[in-house]
Design a protein around this ligand. Structure first.
Ligand SMILES: *[C@@H]1O[C@H](CO)[C@@H](O)[C@H](O)[C@H]1NC(C)=O
Ligand SMILES: *[C@@H]1O[C@H](CO)[C@@H](O)[C@H](O)[C@H]1NC(C)=O
Ligand SMILES: *[C@@H]1O[C@H](CO)[C@@H](O)[C@H](O)[C@H]1NC(C)=O
Ligand SMILES: *[C@@H]1O[C@H](CO)[C@@H](O)[C@H](O)[C@H]1NC(C)=O
Ligand SMILES: *[C@@H]1O[C@H](CO)[C@@H](O)[C@H](O)[C@H]1NC(C)=O
Length: 529
């Protein structure tokens, strides 16, 4: 007689055993295995740097010094196989929705200040889920997810408080953004808000310090018994190249003036992260905090950034555009001081952070991200084997690409290869997909230069381009050796995956500028509809 049949034969005993079992399980669920109440869910601090390149942190052998990022990440988990989107709005969009760009209709470029759209309002965003899980939610810094009407604002999309700017690229001191794109609107105006109100009186305060001060203030006022979600979207280190002189002083040895200014900006940002973690410690929150630091895309070589030795830069689908600097720092990590080589993507934060918050995804649309906590904290294999970088049929490059025909950056520079057309995917389309070690690119991926190491010899080089390119990025992260001819079955498989994804894509939302965006001579950028 097996133990089960014996229990079935004794229904009375089973019934009481069952009630005891249920009580024990209930007690365990409520109190944890050792009878202690479960620890409260952690405070979560997500710091997004803007345009920080692969080669721009000290621990990637940079000439730029980032002592705080180095030591925090050394005691945490460095994510060295981590991907973001190649541009601001797309990475922020995926962070907030946990979904690929093709699934929100935002696969093309960024939201320009006068475009009347935002992340679709039927998408439930990360802060809403955190709020639902009982968190206080605060945002400081760059939104860039649309603001043409009030319903699009951060305060209407899950954040209890907001202090920051709604567009991008403004002045670090005056907080003014100039727009010269639309013929109807040629205007410089303030872009800074506290909640939904225009925030005046901050002129002259350097945004990296201004935003950090606000974050430190929020932390000092946080009730430690209530979990907090802080989204810190720094202006640093995006252009324009502006920074107080004292941060640049240690970089007199850098001859290139853009790189020198940029290095100072990175140092100020590093200090900001130091100040934020110090404030968390001082407030007694640190021992129950998970801090994520991530860049939003690759560095912009036109503005001092470097992704050396990776190919390409911001905007492109080369590794220089999408392989991002990131780490997690927290006393709650089970394997502190490790380097993770598991595939992790910016869309994974939503399920990961909501999981840590013990929240649910109720109300989201189907997620493309995975819960990575077991991978990051315990070193379990990543549930992610595939990653769609993007599919953008109307891609145009932005900015001059050295060594390529200057002035015609919008032209398609790759010859059509009809060999693969039978597989259904139009290989003239700008797209890239990753599967395990393999990366397939189609169409023109964007500026493909191997930019030289800053301060090193000028070895700016370009490679030859084809409309279908395959790389083994595990062995060849610099994308030097194109191997599609050697692995036609891998190419076929990845093209079929691109075809599959393209079928699930929403039509691109990219409306023309609305002249009503003009805030007038005394106004500030903000909702107009
Ligand atoms: C960090 O804190 C110090 C001391 O309060 C302050 O002087 C400095 O400006 C802060 N740095 C940043 C980048 O906020
Ligand atoms: C964090 O520190 C506080 C104060 O020292 C303590 O009460 C709390 O139990 C600690 N939390 C954790 C998760 O260790
Ligand atoms: C999901 O959300 C809906 C509406 O907000 C609510 O009615 C439902 O009870 C929720 N379900 C769960 C499992 O939380
Ligand atoms: C293939 O894609 C390119 C780039 O998006 C486009 O110009 C072309 O019209 C497409 N061809 C077909 C047959 O759809
Ligand atoms: C380095 O090479 C690039 C591409 O040939 C060129 O545009 C640039 O001016 C060179 N820079 C210097 C400092 O020689």
């Amino acid at each position: 007689m097996s133990p089960t049949t014996r229990i079935l034969a004794l229904p009375v005993l089973w019934k009481s055993t069952r009630s005891i079992l249920i009580l024990v399980l209930l007690a365990r669920a409520l109190c944890g295995a050792d009878g202690q109440p479960p620890p409260p869910p952690p405070h979560i601090v997500f710091i997004f740097a803007d345009d920080l390149g692969w080669h721009d942190v000290g621990y990637h052998d940079s000439e730029i010094k980032t002592p705080h990022l180095d030591s925090l990440s050394a005691a945490g988990v460095r994510l060295e196989n981590y991907y973001v989107q190649p541009l601001c709005t797309p990475s922020r969009n995926q962070l907030m929705t946990g979904r690929y760009q093709i699934h929100t209709g935002m696969q093309h470029q960024i939201i320009w200040p006068c475009q009347p759209y935002c992340v679709p309002l039927d998408e439930k965003l990360l802060p809403q889920l955190m709020k639902q899980a009982g968190y206080d939610t605060h945002m400081v810094g760059k939104w860039h997810l649309g603001m043409y009407k009030k319903d699009c604002l951060p305060t209407r999309r899950g954040f209890d408080t907001y202090f920051g700017y709604l567009t991008g690229s403004e002045d670090y001191y005056s907080h003014v953004r100039c727009v010269h794109t639309a013929s109807e609107c040629n205007r410089c105006a303030l872009d800074l808000r506290d909640g939904e109100e225009v925030a005046t009186g901050y002129e002259g305060q350097y945004s990296t310090e201004l935003f950090t001060k606000r974050v430190v203030n929020i932390i000092s006022k946080q009730d430690p018994s209530k979990p907090a979600f802080l989204y810190v979207a720094l202006q640093a280190v995006h252009a324009p190249l502006q920074v107080p002189k004292r941060y640049v002083a240690p970089y007199a040895f850098i001859h290139d003036s853009s790189r020198r200014q940029y290095a100072g900006m990175v140092s100020a940002m590093d200090e900001a992260v130091g100040n934020i973690t110090a404030a968390l410690r001082q407030a007694g929150l640190w021992n129950n905090t998970v801090l994520v630091f991530s860049t939003d895309n690759g560095g912009q070589t036109l503005s001092g950034g470097s992704n050396w030795p990776l190919r390409g830069r911001k905007v492109s689908l080369w590794e220089g555009g999408v392989r991002g600097v990131a780490f997690v720092a927290s006393p709650l990590l089970r394997r502190p001081g490790t380097v993770s080589r598991d595939l992790v993507h910016v869309s994974d934060w939503l399920p990961t952070l909501v999981g840590l918050a013990r929240g649910t995804h109720n109300g989201t649309k189907p997620l493309d991200g995975f819960d990575m906590w077991k991978t990051i904290s315990y070193g379990k294999a990543s549930p992610r084997v595939e990653l769609l970088h993007n599919i953008d049929p109307i891609f145009v490059d932005m900015g001059a690409c050295p060594g390529r025909d200057e002035g015609s950056s919008l032209t398609q520079r790759v010859s059509d290869d009809q060999r693969w057309s039978a597989l259904g995917f139009n290989v003239s389309i700008h797209a890239a997909i990753r599967f395990n070690n393999w990366k397939l690119l189609t169409g023109y991926p964007g500026c493909d230069v191997w930019f030289p190491r800053p301060g090193g010899p000028n070895t700016t080089r370009t490679g030859s381009l084809k409309s279908v390119m395959l790389f083994d990025v595990d062995r060849d992260p610099e994308e030097r050796s194109e191997v599609s001819d050697h692995f036609p079955s891998v190419v076929e498989f990845l093209l079929s995956r691109l075809n599959h994804y393209q079928k699930s894509a929403r039509p691109i939302i990219f409306p023309p500028d609305d002249p009503r965006c003009d805030p007038g001579p005394t106004g500030a950028w903000g909702p107009w509809a």
